[in-house]
Every structure is written in structure tokens, then in C-alpha cells.
Write a new protein. Structure first.
Length: 179
């Protein structure tokens, strides 16, 4: 008969792994996401952010005949990103007078960017990176962190303070279809 391992032995071995690799586990859980690369991270003690005059003047464009955005990204879900490319292929065929700029929305200098965090949303929006705010507590979001193992599962407990939003709502250009 094969030798069996007791549950206590598994917990002891797994607990040792967690204890020696706790820092790596926490690093993996708090590593940056793809969406964060398009945001400006701000840290605040009370999780309140107020846009300053300098930020506002960078976002507002002077009066002129046409609006000329500075090569910003237009964000959407992967579903709508794929739908845009399918429709573009259906309308223009494959590679007719193609210049290799697949992600640039035709007639603009906006880069169409799918965000995994927008899965299931039927929205497309654009805003300057300075206006797309990721607000975190001064301790990088997490506090009171504890790692426990039980029944071959790792459980991480923490108080987490993070939010995403816009500094100036009027600087967000969005299409939200009627429901």
C-alpha cells in the first residue's frame, strides 16, 4: 500500500512555502495592471483628489476651428476593439492601400486601445492621461496584510484603498449607446 501524507504534514509544508515566499506572493498580487499604464497615479492620505489649475490648463485647448487632440488613446472593451477591426476589414478589404496603422481610428489621431477592465461594457471614451486618475492611499493601497494557508489554499487578507476616475468630468469624451 502506498504511503499517505497527513493533512498536518501538508499544512506544515505549505505553511513553510507561504512563510518563505510571502513577499513574492504579495508582489504578484500588487503588480501593475495593463490599464494602469494609461492612468496617472496619485497618492492621497484621505483618498480625495482635487485637480489643480496647472492640470486643468494642460487639458483645456484654446479656441480654434477644429478640435485637435494630442494623439490620445480611445478606450473600449476587447469585444468592441475586435468588432471595429472586423467592420474595417469588411468595408476596406484586406490590405488595400494599407499603411500599417491598425489601431489608429480612421480620420483621427486617436489610438483605439482595448482595456481588459472594460470587459462587458459598451462604451468608448477618451481623455488625457493626466485626467485619467488612479487614486491610492499613501501606503500603495494595501494595509493590514496577512497571508494564511488552509486546506492547500492561500488566503490573503488586506485593507485595500484604491479608486479610478477622472479629475475633470468635462474633459472626458465618451460614446454610451442608448439602452
Amino acid at each position: 500500500m502506498a504511503e499517505s501524507i497527513s493533512l498536518d504534514q501538508l499544512k506544515a509544508a505549505f505553511g513553510t512555502y507561504v512563510g518563505t515566499n510571502q513577499r513574492d506572493i504579495l508582489r504578484l498580487l500588487t503588480q501593475p495592471t495593463y490599464s494602469e499604464t494609461f492612468m496617472t497615479t496619485k497618492q492621497s492620505q484621505d483618498l480625495v483628489y482635487r485637480a489643480t489649475k496647472a492640470v486643468i490648463s494642460d487639458l483645456v485647448q484654446g479656441f480654434q476651428e477644429g478640435w485637435t487632440p494630442k494623439g490620445k488613446a480611445a478606450f473600449t472593451s476587447r469585444k468592441w476593439f475586435s468588432a471595429y477591426h472586423r467592420k474595417r476589414r469588411d468595408l476596406h478589404g484586406t490590405d488595400t492601400n494599407y499603411d500599417g496603422m491598425k489601431t489608429i481610428l480612421e480620420g483621427t489621431n486617436l489610438t483605439l486601445t482595448p482595456l481588459p477592465s472594460m470587459a462587458g461594457e459598451n462604451v468608448i471614451f477618451t481623455t488625457p492621461k493626466e485626467n485619467f486618475i488612479r487614486l491610492m492611499n499613501l501606503n500603495n493601497g494595501a494595509s493590514s496584510i496577512s497571508v494564511e494557508c488552509m486546506d492547500r489554499q492561500i488566503k490573503v487578507f488586506a485593507d485595500w484603498y484604491e479608486s479610478v476616475g477622472f479629475g475633470i468630468e468635462e474633459a472626458v469624451f465618451a460614446f454610451v449607446p442608448a439602452t
